[in-house]
Design a protein around this ligand. Structure first.
Ligand code: AGP
Length: 592
């Protein structure tokens, strides 16, 4: 979603901002903008083109030691130059960029309009710019104007603020939208993500919610909502800039699919010392003692939750799984003794953050499984399990899903005290390598289905979980309509969709359901559907499309999912689509 970059430095910041915006491009955006303070004036440029164009079209002589930039993913108001950020206040005193949603902007806008403030955009953000100016005109103090402004805001915000008469400070405020300070000898910097800061800063400061402050070249001031000055500490990150390189791959998605083995190995390296598993003992105790576990996630992470729930049910636990945005509005089963497992690659998904508020209210424990250290969901948790999958750049999640599944497998193994899990994971890795080496058939299937208007995926149990994930992947990057059904549901409705040549991809990796799946295949073929069977060796039959070396039933999602990931990738490639940045999607969904 939207990205923020800003800086105040002894060196000119235009290049830092442009490069920073490029590093958050992968999150998805539809317009971009930049503001630099030059001679007590904010020079602003906005475009609906890519960041490269922003740089090319903004007057090349403009540069400054203080500035902010933004990539926008439209929520309020269509993608357009007028709605792109930065937004400027009535008398051009304040220029701001914003991530998040101001929920009460309509009321605030009316009040401001009644006082003569004229709005130039359809955004919720512009309200903040005018409010800052209004409060400044009363207080003549920028920090106090920020405090009084954010007291009136309902919703989420990460704000980078320029007061155009002050060349020595970059201001900020934050509530429930990511914003980080990066500190370096040459200055202080702001970003909504570590990536823009990695080349420039070595020390980082988390800004707590409902806090605001200012940065000068050498100082950071942080305040709470009551205006009290707040102590802060620096931390470092192990994220590396190199993760943003494609290393000869044409797309990040392909690179990340082929990092499957690495995702499994990095987790083993981080949580196994050669003798025992190293998950926090309190985490394991929490899970062992739990009478009831609820998994929450969105999209791909929700699909990982579905399989995770099966693992825990096999431990005789009472387990439920919900899509985060659903549970947030219908918070069933909310007893204090329930343990919540929040699954999130980014750790910033707004739907999950909304759940956290409810969970905290009822006093239950939270376990976050995430790929992002220092993320909001990591900070809110009682226990955190990191995925160590490295930055996932492509919007479509691939290697993070495999890491999520591996983490769940390892946690379960520690609860069961089961050390032969590593042999089983090695088998899975062998199967993953097989798919990476030999997927010509998947390319052929992609060619065949690329012009289909719908594609269906079918499976039972674990195979249904991964069918859901494969279907999501195909939708996301190829824009083909796709659904996944449990085999047993076919006759209860979906079979009405089967007609001549409709592609149906069937997963078979489970002894207990393979006969039933073979019957489903007959039913589909009888209606003219075009079947593609993806089976494991021991369950395969002549004529199956793709046969994967044997893998344990519970590990099949770690392997067979790669069929769906490659399929989605190649369909998008043959259709010449923007694979790493599919339309309308964002890498981290920070608004509800
Ligand atoms: C995955 O391919 C998607 N882009 C999306 O469904 C994603 O999994 C979802 O938005 C959840 O994100 P999270 O894991 O960062 O919470």
């Amino acid at each position: 979603m939207c990205g923020i970059v800003g800086g105040i430095s002894t060196e000119k910041v235009r290049n830092f901002i442009i490069e920073g915006l490029k590093s958050v491009e992968y999150r998805g955006y539809d317009s971009s903008g930049l503001a630099l303070v030059i001679n007590n004036k904010c020079e602003v440029y906005k475009t609906i083109e890519r960041v490269n164009e922003l740089d090319k079209s903004f007057e090349s002589s403009f540069d400054s030691f203080l500035g902010i930039g933004h990539t926008r993913w439209a929520t309020h108001g269509v993608p357009s130059v007028k709605n792109a950020h930065p937004h400027t206040s009535k008398s051009k005193l304040f220029t701001i960029v914003h991530n998040g949603v101001i929920e009460n902007y309509r009321i605030l806008k009316k009040e401001l309009q009644a006082k003569g403030y004229v709005f130039k955009s359809d955004t919720d953000t512009e309200v903040v710019a005018h409010l800052l100016e209004k409060e400044y005109k009363i207080t003549s103090n920028v920090l106090e104007a920020i405090r009084l402004t954010i007291k009136q805001l309902k919703g989420t915000y990460a704000l980078a603020i320029l007061f155009c008469r002050d060349q020595n400070h970059l201001y900020f405020a934050k509530n429930r939208s990511p914003l980080l300070i990066g500190h370096a000898k040459k200055g202080n910097f702001l970003a909504s993500d570590y990536l823009p800061l990695l080349k420039t800063a070595s020390d980082f400061v988390e800004i707590p919610d409902f806090h605001y402050g200012s940065l000068s070249v050498s100082e950071i001031e942080l305040y709470d909502i009551n205006g009290n000055s707040i102590e802060f500490s620096y931390h470092q990150t192990n994220l590396k800039q190199e993760a943003l390189e494609k290393n000869n791959y044409p797309h990040f998605m392909l690179k990340e699919i082929e990092e499957a083995e690495q995702s499994v190995r990095f987790l083993i390296d981080n949580y196994f010392d050669g003798k025992k598993l190293l998950f926090d003992k309190d985490l394991i105790k929490t899970l062992k003692d739990a009478k009831h576990i609820i998994f929450l996630g969105s999209g791909t992470s929700y699909h990982a939750c579905l399989t995770g729930a099966r693992y825990f049910r096999e431990l005789k636990k009472n387990v439920d799984t919900y899509i985060a945005s659903e549970w947030a509005y219908y918070p069933y089963n909310n007893s204090k003794d329930t343990v919540f497992i929040l699954m999130s690659q980014s750790g910033e998904t707004a739907d999950l953050i909304s759940c956290v508020k409810l969970i905290e209210k009822q006093g239950s424990k939270i376990i976050t499984i995430t790929n992002t250290q220092g993320s909001t969901l990591a900070r809110k948790a009682d226990h955190v399990v990191f995925l160590y999958a490295g930055i996932e750049v492509a919007v479509a999640s691939t290697k993070a899903y495999i890491a999520q599944m591996t983490a769940l497998v390892l946690i379960n193994a520690m609860i069961r005290n089961e050390l032969n899990i590593f042999e089983k994971l090695e088998e899975a890795i062998v199967s993953q390598r097989f798919i990476i080496k030999d997927h010509e058939i998947i390319k052929k299937v992609a060619k065949e289905i690329q012009n289909s208007s719908s594609v269906y995926f079918l499976g039972r149990g674990y195979d249904h979980d991964l069918a859901l994930e494969c279907s999501l992947k195909l939708k996301e990057v190829s824009y083909i309509h796709s659904e996944a059904f449990p085999g047993g549901e076919l006759k209860h409705g979906p079979i009405a969709l089967i007609e001549k040549d409709v592609p149906v991809i069937v997963f078979i990796s489970d002894h207990s359901t393979s006969d039933a799946m073979r019957s489903n295949i007959c039913e589909i073929e009888a209606r003219g559907g075009k079947i593609y069977v993806v089976s494991t060796q021991e369950l395969s039959q002549e004529g199956d499309t793709y046969v994967i070396p044997n893998v344990r039933r519970f590990l099949s999602p770690l392997v067979s999912v790669m069929f769906g990931q490659y399929l989605a990738y190649y369909v998008a490639l043959y259709k010449n689509l923007d694979i790493d940045k599919p339309r309308n999607l964002a890498k981290s969904v920070t608004v509800e």
